[in-house]
Design a protein around this ligand. Sequence first.
Ligand code: TPP
Ligand code: MG
Length: 394
Amino acid sequence: MTVRFYAWTHIKTASNAEPVEAGQTYNRYMPAPSISTATAGKAQVRSNGQGLTETDLLKMYRIMVLSRTLDERAWILNRQGKAAIVPSSQGHEATQLACAWATDPTRDHYLIYYRQLPLLVALGVTPLELLKGFLAKEGEPLSGARQFPMHGAHPRVDAFSFSSVVGTQMPQAVGVALADKMRGESRVSVVFFGDGGSSQGDCHEAMNFAGIHKLPVIFLCENNRYAISVPIRKQVATESVAGRAASYGFPGVTVDGTDVEAVYEVMREAVERTRSRGGPVLIEAMIERIFPHTTDDDQTKYRSAEEIQRAKDRDPVPLLERKLRDRGILDDKLREQIWAEAKRAVNQANAEADAAPYPDLSTMYEGVYGTSFPTAASEAAAGHAEAKGRRQAA
Ligand SMILES: Cc1ncc(C[n+]2csc(CCOP(=O)(O)OP(=O)(O)O)c2C)c(N)n1
Ligand SMILES: [Mg+2]
């Protein structure tokens, strides 16, 4: 486990953790253990709060495999000319699943960005919903097929709508956290962003404000060392993103983001601290972007074959698989069964999404604008009437 701490002085120890009873029904959105029934709303028993159990690790592997299978399928659908654009999440799985496990989806908030498919799967968004999104079909939940794939909000899993403009979700997360603090709620907001996002002005403003007001927000940087083709050394002049937290007055930690147990451990501590009014935490998860930025990008233009191979060597899916095999939790037979279940679930969702209609053109503006559109003339008339009212009152 590779964990480096920066100014991690105020963090509570596990012995001060909020009690989480063994066997407690903890997370109503986690998919059921069987991938074939991976739908929303299934109650789950979670770990005892002191670490991930073997059952947790196996469930995480199942969700990772489902997410990976969906991700691969979305890429294929793009190459078939059916999905407009696909941002792959391959390489980001371990960090996002560990976050889903360490938080409480019945009350916490997720301010996502476009590379968040594994998190959404872990929170219970179904393969059908996600594939309808990539195919822009009627009934996709994030934006009703109005926006890019993987853009929009999913209120059922408390995922907030974000803008395509990199970094905007950070001040929004701080606003959500401020509202929770003012209402006295014990909810945590987790905001996800990339290393590129960390160099936006929004990031500085959000962290500064969150630090001053000790807001219940966790900044989770998924550092894959690239913002499209721009490498990390052109985004961050210092050694790490996490190191910046000290200047905002809260702890920062860099963690191996390919290791579910390492990320879970720091996330759990961060959630405890934040929920018990200790203020924000910045976590920088070091991960790999295995695929190009999106289906529109060709990373061989700016990364060497050796570097891409090194990224593949840190793929969290085989890494977790090795861990499970070493501990005797997984064998060839179970592995085959898990991959076959995932393929069946994705095939079925793919067929259903393919057969679904596109949204009717007449509904194009629904959910986008208000239903009545003020004209220049009606606005001018309203302004005139208001001014007249003010004059009469005076
Ligand atoms: C303000 C702004 N600048 C540029 C872009 C174009 N753009 C979209 S995604 C992206 C890369 C972001 O990289 P990073 O934050 O590291 O996330 P990653 O895609 O690596 O997960 C850029 C530059 C944008 N959408 N918004
Ligand atoms: Mg990046």
